[in-house]
Design a protein around this ligand. Structure first.
Ligand code: PMP
Length: 279
């Protein structure tokens, strides 16, 4: 039985209930995090806590929330579920109000939901992606629960047989619909710079740290979407997928020679090591 923690109360996931007046349900007025818990360790926990704090601040909900209390819920839920490896989903919304009104309610009681599902990390081999216009809103650095555009893009990718879509605004790569994007090119690692056009991925952060430690040339720079086939490799990253090599662009393009260079394998192996050590 999968358990969850809703507003501090642990119980079966399929018995948890929220109000239909919850602003998360009505407006997508909330933020979330997804964490990997592997062999008893919640990976990069402090980085996720810091990003959650940032998301809450951007939507002016930080004063109603204790991040420590949410992570105490995470720990209690993991203990109650007896899961040593799990995918943790946590969501904070601006709670329910008596009326459907776009403006913030005078009194805010946030809804705090944590779910832990049995999961174990898998290492994905070379994958294919599609390219799609980035139709999302303008504040993508906020990990918002308003994910309709991401849902539509991911569905389109899936129907095309792709793992995800590489997104672009006006021909410039932003990220993918559920991960950050990188390019290996002539011994350098390139990724678009942080801005409101993309999520500041935790995995992105760790990978850049590692690559610099390895002496790789790291460039946070704009990348033209039509240059991708000329790259040696494209890579996408996320907390649950890790580092994924992309060698094909559907329907019919190959990236570089369609092979995974040794530098990717090294980075991926190091990433696994770092995660075990990261607080
Ligand atoms: N970008 C988007 C749009 C995402 O949904 C995710 C996954 N949460 C990421 C990037 C990767 O972020 P992280 O490495 O923190 O999982």
């Amino acid at each position: 039985m999968t358990l969850c923690c809703l507003n501090g109360v642990i119980g079966p996931l399929d018995e948890a209930r929220i109000s239909p007046m919850d602003r998360g349900f009505l407006f997508g007025d909330g933020v979330y995090e997804v964490l990997a818990h592997v062999d008893g360790v919640t990976r990069a926990r402090q980085l996720h806590q810091a990003r959650l704090a940032q998301s809450l601040a951007r939507i002016q909900l930080e004063s109603a929330i204790s991040i420590d209390a949410i992570f105490a819920d995470v720990d209690r839920l993991l203990a109650a579920s007896a899961l040593t490896s799990a995918k943790i989903y946590l969501q904070v919304t601006r709670g329910a109000a008596s009326e459907r009104d776009h403006r913030f309610p005078a009194q805010i009681t946030p809804t705090i939901f944590v779910m832990a599902t049995a999961w174990s990390p898998t290492v994905l081999g070379p994958q294919a992606m599609i390219i799609a216009p980035d139709i999302r809103w303008q504040w993508n650095a906020i990990k918002s629960t308003s994910l309709l555009a991401n849902v539509l893009i991911q569905q389109q990718a899936s129907e095309a047989g792709a793992v995800d879509a590489l997104l672009h605004r006006d021909g410039w790569l932003t990220e993918a619909s559920t991960s950050n994007a990188f390019v290996f090119q002539d011994g350098a690692l390139l990724t678009p710079p942080l801005s409101d056009r993309l999520l500041p991925g935790i995995t992105r952060h760790l990978v850049l740290e590692l690559a610099r430690k390895h002496g790789l040339t790291v460039l946070e720079t704009e990348i033209a979407i039509d240059q991708l086939p000329q790259a040696d490799l494209v890579m996408i990253t996320s907390s649950t997928r890790g580092l994924v090599p992309i060698t094909r662009l559907l329907p019919d393009q190959t990236i570089g020679r369609g092979e995974v260079p040794a530098v990717f394998e090294t980075l991926q192996a190091d990433y696994q090591r770092v995660l075990h050590a990261h607080p």
